[in-house]
Design a protein around this ligand. Structure first.
Ligand code: H2U
Ligand code: ZN
Length: 353
């Protein structure tokens, strides 16, 4: 009979708990060597030029909806021409025995161009240019939050074709709306419960433990820490957490805004360097609802959810067990953090030059 050794997170199958969402993830560390004869992704070939006359987002060009972009020098925001959320939806709801339920939803969808340069990404922009993106995000949150009927603002970026990004021009989106969507509602609930019980920030206390352990940290500066969360689902998932338990972007000091720009550049550069490719991801900023109420339980953070698994061509699929039971991962968060930590913060594009 095979002897059972002592339980060990880097060897034995286990489930990890995500206290932010109250969900579990199955970790199967022994399984990372399984053969792959399935779909191979096409790595994106970077052939972009600084200006593309056919791009809807380049300065001076006409967008798909007919509007003309200004000759913007740094960042540029506009109302999405194909908005998923609209400001003038009539109020209404439907409730048939709590079984067939619907509510009308109002919102505003914005598109944010990070740079006039068609060929750049956050990873390849100067920190001072990313700082302008941070400033614009902050302004947008402040302005959108002024609408009394807007309670939630999500800032996000889909990067790469694999993540459904429609255009390689560096850009992100903002969806501001009346309701608190599922992901934020779940985090809100768990942060509130923790705050009510302990009087402190769930993520602040979690971060203190990570800074002690140092096994899942990727990089850090005075204001922010980038780490692979203990409960990460995606192979190279990370979170960027503010050291100070601020509720939203609106509370960041000038210095912290610079620090956010700095850590975004360093983290996304490490991502690109991992497989020497423009690393695809969905990233988003989670912050307190703008519902006019104080949220001492909230702690600003950013999620990076990248699909790639072993190379630029093999991705993780969320199917079968993940869709029907719970999330599952093979490589441990600790080994992913170690790989990301060991990479250079000089972009491979610059090293080639
Ligand atoms: P994604 O690449 O993450 O899909 O974001 C691009 C958004 O830009 C998308 O929501 C909008 C699309 O509706 N868009 C415009 O508003 N105008 C355009 O001319 C092109 C794309
Ligand atoms: Zn462009």
């Amino acid at each position: 009979m095979q002897e059972i050794s002592e339980f060990n997170l880097s060897e034995h199958v286990h489930r990890r708990f995500n206290p932010l969402k109250g969900e579990w993830v199955l970790v199967s560390p022994h399984r990372s060597r399984r053969p792959w004869q399935g779909q191979i992704e096409q790595p994106e070939i970077e052939t972009r030029t600084a200006y593309d006359p056919a791009c809807y987002l380049c300065p001076g060009n006409t967008r798909a909806g007919g509007a003309k972009n200004p000759e913007y020098p740094d960042v540029f925001a506009f109302d999405n021409d194909f908005a998923a959320l609209l400001p003038h939806t009539p109020d209404g709801h439907l409730d048939d025995s709590g079984l067939i339920v619907a509510e009308s939803e109002r919102g505003i969808s914005r598109v944010i161009c990070f740079s006039p340069r068609h060929d750049l990404t956050l990873a390849r922009m100067e920190v001072s240019a990313i700082r302008r993106v941070v400033d614009l995000w902050t302004r947008e949150v402040a302005e959108l939050g002024l609408h009394p009927w807007i309670n939630h603002v999500l800032i996000f970026e889909n990067r790469g074709e694999m993540m459904g990004c429609s255009n390689p021009h560096p850009h992100g989106q903002i969806w501001a709306q009346q309701s608190i969507p599922n992901e934020t509602a779940s985090e809100s609930e768990h942060m509130s419960e923790y705050y009510a019980r302990t009087g402190s920030s769930l993520l602040g206390d979690y971060l203190a433990r990570e800074l002690d352990a140092r096994t899942r940290i990727v990089c850090e500066n005075e204001g922010f820490v980038a780490l692979v969360p203990f409960w990460a689902i995606w192979p190279f998932e990370t979170m960027v957490i503010s050291r100070r338990p601020v509720q939203s972007l609106l509370e960041l000091t000038e210095h912290e805004r610079d620090d956010l720009a700095d850590i975004l550049k360093r983290l996304t550069t490490r991502y690109d360097n991992l497989f020497s490719t423009m690393f695809p991801y969905s990233a988003g900023i989670h912050q307190a609802p703008v519902d006019g109420v104080e949220h001492p339980e909230w702690h600003l953070h950013m999620h990076f959810e990248p699909p790639l698994l072993r190379s630029a061509t093999i991705r993780k699929f969320m199917v079968g067990y993940e869709l029907l039971a719970e999330a599952q991962r093979d490589v441990t968060p600790e080994s992913s953090a170690e790989r990301l930590r060991s990479l250079s913060e000089k972009h491979y594009h610059e090293s080639d030059a």
